[in-house]
Write a protein that binds this ligand. Structure first.
Ligand code: ZN
Length: 121
């Protein structure tokens, strides 16, 4: 597939709809992860040690996933806010224009390539 010209305007309505859809999805997954466990209260008496270990590992993995999802959620929310305030497509850090090609592949980009790669935050 030929790369689209950088000058091609983005369809912001479509971008917004896509971002909102993904935000809904991420929020739903986060809610499910954070929901109190339905089966008992973790490691109880009378359980075999193997069960508890598996549960502890599963829990740790969930926390890592939740952290990542929260980061994605924050970016999606920021990108939507930028769409709403009309600053979508300009870097949150230095104000430079974010290339349309980057916005197409990563619509939730709120930083230009330079700031994003230099940011250790
Ligand atoms: Zn920048």
């Amino acid at each position: 597939m030929a790369p689209e010209p950088e000058g091609e305007p983005l369809h912001l309505d479509a971008v917004g709809a896509d971002l909102r859809e993904r935000l809904d999805e991420v929020s739903a997954r986060l809610e499910a992860l954070k929901a109190p466990p339905e089966r008992g209260s973790g490691i109880g008496f009378g359980k075999r040690i193997g069960d508890g270990t598996t549960e502890a590992i599963g829990r740790l993995t969930d926390v890592g996933v939740a952290d990542r999802l929260e980061a994605v959620q924050a970016r999606l929310e920021r990108a939507l806010a930028k769409l709403a305030e009309g600053s979508y497509g300009s870097c949150d850090d230095c104000g430079a224009e974010i290339p349309a090609g980057r916005l197409r592949s990563v619509p939730e980009s709120v930083l230009c390539v330079e700031c994003a790669s230099g940011a250790s935050r």
